[in-house]
Write a protein that binds this ligand. Structure first.
Ligand SMILES: [Zn+2]
Length: 991
């Protein structure tokens, strides 16, 4: 789905997760009791409106949800859902307008998107373009917007006490934007940069080809992003006039949904919203459904597109009429569930068995007033590309099986049951995401179903499912193959003769269209060249939770306690039985330290092993994932982390399956070849990532002994299955692990799970000293000028990144880095992006590595050379010193508040709380007080501290590196010899 976020979200998170070192301690015992009668007979939803008679319609909500809701329609026709949550740290709001790229005037492609950009840049009451951004940033929040096909969604969050002031600014977008002519002119360049940034993005390129093939009468045929040409000033017609016309036509209160979440009560929220949003003009806009065929050319036909990355994808797509009205019964979801199934006997599992496919997904690409598109996409192996015609036929056979034997009520009931459980135990998530999702969904679901609608399955309706299934026919199919041309000369020449290649207009993607006959897509069982697949539909899902019992611990713990499994000398487990969130979910993690990983070959082998195991487990664990029970075999600096999360009841069962495969992988040559080639492809494709991502990726390998994906790809190329077997044979004998179990897991279950991991893998029983998990970070020396590394990037855009490292790995230094970043954040963006328009990706971020503080400033530009960008960043930081010197006590308090708000934000669900526990453990705070101690350091920082630190860190004793993109050298590897000359030691933990 086309989804366009307009500001780059932080690329490096403030906190990252890894491991711990335990002290001896013991926990209280726990007893498992079933849900109390009251809970077990609790209804699956409540009517929120019942407790609040004042709304215009009741709103169904989960019994797990303690927030209050009220839906009202303002006198101008604007729909508003108010959410009162007295416990929330962050308030948030979103306004969704039912208008998007499909509504662009034919002569002004990209206008809806450009308008989205322009609304941020000044209103009557708040004319300064950077004011909104600065206000939100200083009050601990963030904001964003996206333009999709028929929707433009604006949203923000902010520290809860500042909701009203932010709403005041936000509301003016929809009442009195300025469209300041000077910024209209400048901001076109931001759209141009955004367009150029994604010129090599293969999904954009595929979209561009489909756009070109679409019926010219259909809005899909339009270029949605826009650029300097589509948004230029024309004779007698400046783009600003079109912008105003568009705004006045489409930004109508009756097509807007507002969702506001805050700590205020519902009456206060309603008053605030009425006061500010009742002034939004109501233009009584009517948006009719249009019945226009997506393609003018008759189906079926095939399009072959050449990608930039090494992609190999086969998609089979079917235009449908709009399906929004089927939301209560969800026939499309039902079909997508079966077609996209990945368990044993599924199309994907069988194609994998033959070494032809890597992954598969099915579902709606979009739904709109002008129809919908349903698509199944299969990632192919090299062998799969050559067999793509046979795979297409196999897909239609699978579809036939789904249609003839898959329409069964018990399957629907299973899906409905899982969805019901998910709503019954719905977790709270970040308010900013919550409000933006709901405001968008209110265009589809009736107000009373704004929360429950996506989970609601009204009942099995075979006819409705069949009506959709009937449109998934060969004569209604578009087949898309995205792959590099086959190298076989015979195949190549036959392709050449089939049709000439064309370049798509906006993204220059090479493609060719071929006619198809219905007979090309189907074939009887006796037909030669058909794949030998043994397809069958899924069995009943054994992982669906049955009891959903909540543990009732005897004692209430406020943090994890260390318990032992298998006697005093046994395994160390940090155990946290949850009594706060009361959901039947848990997180179990085994963090396994593996010796001698600081070696490129061993690190590559470990990645390969992980991919082999995950591949083997994928079809057998697919039903678990469907039932809300997931697992991950992840990497951390010194080893593997095995985690199981979701409904706790069947976690031990899943863990046993996973560890059995980890201990004894199936040594299958075909799987090895397929997994290796997938990994090679993924790693090599990183050379086509966004330039900024490629440059960011070099930071970590320069500060730790780790490797770039491209470097690992070179090593992987020559590895054989025998190499991997030898590596795995002594993988665990010398390894040890530390365990964490948080949530709805009692002590005995947590112990059993730890023992399962240890026994099945044969881990070494470690003494206390051996449990210590080490890490090292290179300590950069202060050098002027700051040394520069050139990173080869094959892209027309240029990048400069300044990374600055803390002089020490203390909390005081970390606090200073957070405050420096916060003070510079909005001015940096406003100067280099909004004013100077250097590029679309402009920003700063906190980027610590373990305990060591780090800070980055970055720009990616389509117009300026990387050395020029370096000067711009330097110039800004030097000039900004004056602003830092002029800061007052009040400014400092505001900055501190903004930083503290994110550090002290309360976890909203058990997974977030468990994440906090692991964060403390990883950083070596076994009292689970990392955040509270960091907050204390921030509170203790004085103005003089901050001003002094700015001078030292940013200007005078810089311990850092410049990373500049370059097209001069094609050497992809990093210059570690040069790096070694800049290092004055290492930060090590534990000291
Ligand atoms: Zn944009």
């Amino acid at each position: 789905m086309e989804f366009r976020a307009c500001y780059l979200v932080l690329l490096f998170s403030l906190f990252s997760l890894v491991a711990c070192s335990p002290d001896d301690n013991s926990a209280g015992t726990t007893a498992k009791t079933p849900l109390s009668t009251e809970q077990s007979t609790a209804p699956d939803w409540f009517v929120a409106g019942a407790e609040d008679e004042k709304g215009d319609e009741p709103v169904y909500k989960s019994p797990n949800d303690d927030r209050q809701y009220r839906y009202v329609v303002l006198r101008n026709g604007l729909s508003a859902l108010l959410i009162s949550d007295p416990d929330t740290d962050k308030a948030a709001a979103s306004l969704s307008v039912n208008v998007g790229s499909f509504d662009n005037p034919p002569e002004r492609e990209g206008l809806a998107h450009f308008l989205e950009h322009m609304l941020f840049l000044g209103t009557d009451k708040y004319p300064e373009p950077g004011e909104y951004q600065a206000f939100i940033s200083e009050h601990g929040g963030m904001h964003n917007a996206y333009t999709s096909l028929e929707e433009t969604n604006y949203f923000f969050d902010v520290d809860a006490p500042h909701l009203m002031a932010t709403l005041d600014r936000f509301s003016r977008f929809f009442v009195a934007p300025l469209f300041n002519p000077e910024y209209v002119d400048r901001e076109r360049h931001a759209v141009e940069s955004e367009y150029r940034l994604k010129l090599k993005d293969d999904s954009r390129r595929e979209w561009d080809v489909l756009r070109e093939l679409a019926n010219p009468e259909h809005p899909f045929s339009q270029f949605s992003v826009g650029n300097l040409t589509t948004l230029d000033d024309r004779k007698d017609r400046p783009v600003r006039d079109d912008l105003l016309d568009f705004y006045q036509k489409y930004y109508s209160a009756n097509q807007m949904n507002l969702v506001v979440l805050g700590t205020e009560n519902l009456d206060q929220l309603q008053a605030a919203v009425e006061q500010r949003f009742a002034k939004v003009p109501n233009r009584k806009l009517v948006l009719p459904e249009q019945n226009i065929p997506l393609f003018a050319k008759p189906l079926p036909f095939k399009v072959a597109i050449t990608p930039v990355k090494e992609l190999r994808q086969l998609s089979i797509s079917f235009p449908l009429p709009t399906v929004a009205a089927t939301w209560p019964t969800k026939p499309v979801d039902y079909l997508a569930h079966l077609i996209g199934h990945e368990g044993e006997g599924s199309l994907l599992a069988e194609l994998k068995r033959l070494g032809l496919a890597e992954s598969l997904s099915a579902g709606l690409v979009y739904d709109s007033r002008a129809g919908a598109l349903f698509s199944t996409t299969i990632s192919l192996t090299h062998a799969g590309v050559a067999e793509s015609d046979a795979i297409t036929r196999a897909f239609f056979n699978w579809l036939e099986l789904v249609k003839t034997r898959g329409l069964e009520e018990w399957r629907y009931a299973e899906l409905a049951n899982l969805s019901r459980i998910a709503f019954r135990f719905a977790d709270k998530h970040a308010p900013i995401n919550y409000v933006s999702q709901i405001s968008s969904m209110l265009h589809t679901f009736p107000p009373s179903e704004a929360l429950r609608g996506p989970y609601f399955y009204q009942g099995y309706n075979a006819q409705e499912i069949r009506d959709i299934a009937d449109r998934l026919r060969p004569d209604n199919a578009l087949v898309t193959v995205v792959a590099r041309p086959v190298e076989d000369p015979a195949a190549e020449s036959s392709q050449e003769s089939a049709a000439p290649q064309t370049l798509s207009t906006y993204y220059q993607a090479p493609y060719r269209v071929e006619a198809l006959q219905v007979a090309d897509l189907t074939g009887g069982d006796d037909e030669p060249g058909l794949l030998q697949l043994s397809l069958h539909l899924p069995e009943p899902n054994a992982y669906i939770p049955e009891h959903l019992a909540l543990n009732k611990p005897d004692t209430v713990q406020d943090k994890p306690a260390l318990i032992k499994a298998g006697g005093d000398q046994g395994l160390s487990i940090w155990h946290y039985p949850d009594t706060v969130f009361q959901t039947p979910r848990a997180l179990f993690e085994a963090r396994i330290a593996i010796a001698d990983l600081q070696d490129r070959r061993r690190e590559t082998l470990l990645d390969l092993y992980r991919a082999m195991v995950q591949d083997q487990l994928s079809s057998q664990t697919y039903p678990a994932a469907q039932a809300g029970l997931g697992f991950d075999i992840g990497r951390w600096d010194n080893g593997l982390s095995l985690s199981v999360k979701g409904y706790s009841e069947k976690q031990p069962l899943l863990l046993a399956e996973i560890t059995a495969v980890m201990a004894q992988p199936e040594w299958d040559e075909a799987r090895f070849a397929r997994v290796k080639s997938t990994l090679l492809r993924l790693w090599r494709n990183t050379a086509k990532d966004w330039p900024i991502s490629q440059v960011f990726a070099a930071v970590s390998p320069l500060l730790r002994d780790s490797w770039l994906p491209l470097e690992k790809a070179d090593t992987l190329d020559s590895l054989t299955m025998a190499d991997l077997k030898a590596f795995v044979a002594d993988l665990y004998g010398n390894s040890h692990a530390r365990y964490y179990a948080g949530g709805n897991l009692d002590r005995a279950t947590a112990s059993d799970m730890a023992l399962t991991v240890s026994d099945k893998l044969g881990l070494r029983a470690a003494g206390e000293d051996a449990i210590a998990i080490n890490y090292e970070v290179k300590n950069l020396a202060a050098t002027e000028p700051v040394p520069q590394f050139d990173i080869y990037v094959d892209h027309a855009d240029n990048v400069a990144v300044l990374f600055l490292q803390g002089a020490e790995d203390t909390l005081q230094e970390r606090a200073l880095f957070a405050l420096i970043e916060k003070v510079a954040e909005a001015p940096f963006y406003s100067d280099l992006r909004t004013e100077k328009q250097l590029g679309y990706v402009v920003g700063s971020s906190i980027s610590p590595m373990h305990r060591v503080p780090g800070l980055m400033f970055y720009v990616q530009s389509p117009t300026m050379e990387s050395t020029g960008l370096r000067s711009e960043i330097d110039g800004f930081l030097t000039a900004f010193d004056e602003k830092v010197a002029a800061l007052g006590e009040e400014d400092l308090q505001r900055l501190k508040q903004a930083v503290l708000a994110s550090i002290e934000e309360k976890p909203k669900n058990i997974m977030e709380l468990a994440g906090r526990h692991l964060e403390s453990l990883y950083l070596g705070y076994d009292d689970f007080d990392f955040r509270s101690r960091l907050a204390e350091s921030i509170r203790n920082t004085t103005l003089a501290d901050l001003q002094g630190a700015y001078q030292r860190v940013v200007l005078k004793q810089r311990e850092g590196i410049w990373l500049l993109s370059s097209r001069d050298t094609e050497d992809m590897s990093l210059d570690r010899t040069k790096r070694d000359t800049l290092v004055e030691g290492v930060f090590t933990y534990p000291q």
